[in-house]
Design a protein. Structure first.
Length: 318
């Protein structure tokens, strides 16, 4: 994904001029989500958002999956498989690569069986036939094919809802009020810098990103950090906050397919600064195998302000 237009964060002339097109987008989404979806025989939990770009949906899905698995529930993930070539429904296999199924699907499949495909109902039927007791959707709030029992509106606390306008005038897939009406709670990840909590008619769950335990290997060391995610600065900021010394930051577009030219540049920067190279798990699955042993990976998880409230909510539906 390319960097979002600057006007998505303001309410100036360009957003106002684009407002008629935004109204068309909102109306089209409203018609689409009004269609009745297929009702699964097991609970369906959706981790969705109202903005384009990353808000932390996959991180939340992984967190919920781990919690339910710890309670002996058989969890299967459903994903669109963005960036992959397979149309689905397809169960992610050990031999699959990011170019085939998408990077997010590979991360999910490391935790629980994962199905990809644009037809979420078809994926759900396949998952249930394979023994799923709970389905967790990574994205799909605006996809009407499958009815959701619990929909969580995931919000990046740093960027919030931008200028509050719908595409192309702003970053929203649909009006916030419309999305909120189909959700049971909101999950705000990171400090609520834009104060969206006060504007949402939903129970609020708050969490912050925290690095995985492997971060201990890199604290106090000089690194070259690169990331091809929706907001690379979130990864860079997490490393800095943990005490990693970043000599160079190299952002790439979301889901970027790293070529040898990119990696030659990254490794040259590491040599220049006499540093090691770090990236995210989502980027690591898109790297050629020859680089796996040359690049460190720092994962991320969620630290909840009130984990008991989350457990109570999920237990009711999962």
């Amino acid at each position: 994904m390319l960097r979002s237009p600057r006007y998505w964060h303001s309410d100036g002339t360009i957003p106002r001029l684009l407002s008629p097109l935004a109204a068309v987008t909102a109306a089209a989404t409203a018609r689409r989500v009004a269609r009745p979806g297929w009702q699964a025989s097991v609970p369906v939990i959706c981790c969705g958002n109202v903005t384009v770009g990353g808000a932390g949906k996959t991180t939340l899905a992984l967190d919920l999956g781990a919690r339910l698995i710890a309670k002996n529930r058989v969890v299967h993930f459903l994903s669109r498989g963005y960036g992959g070539a397979v149309s689905g429904p397809h169960r992610v296999e050990p031999a699959d690569i990011a170019a085939r199924v998408g990077d997010e699907a590979l991360l999910l499949a490391a935790v629980a069986p994962t199905w990809i495909g644009a037809d979420r109902a078809a994926s759900a039927r396949a998952a249930i036939a394979a023994g799923a007791q709970v389905l967790i959707m990574d994205d799909g709030l605006q996809n009407p094919g499958l009815r959701k029992d619990l929909s969580l509106l995931v919000v990046d606390g740093a960027s919030g809802f931008g200028n509050g306008r719908v595409l192309p005038a702003g970053p929203l897939r649909e009006p916030v009020a419309a999305a909120s009406a189909r959700c049971q709670a909101a999950v705000i990840i990171g400090a609520d810098n834009t104060r969206v909590a006060a504007t949402l008619p939903l129970p609020i769950l708050s969490a912050r990103l925290q690095p995985g335990p492997e971060i201990a290997n890199w604290i106090g060391r000089r690194v070259v950090a690169f990331a091809g995610i929706a907001r690379p600065e979130k990864f860079f900021g997490m490393l800095t906050e943990a005490g990693v010394i970043i000599a160079a930051k190299l952002p790439f577009p979301d889901h970027h397919a790293f070529g040898h030219g990119d990696l030659d540049r990254i490794m040259a920067e590491a040599k220049r600064y006499e540093a090691v190279v770090l990236t995210t798990p989502k980027d690591a699955v898109r790297l050629p195998a020859a680089y796996h042993d040359r690049i460190g990976v720092v994962g991320v998880s969620l630290a909840w302000d009130d984990p008991a409230a989350l457990d109570a909510l999920v237990a009711h539906y999962g």
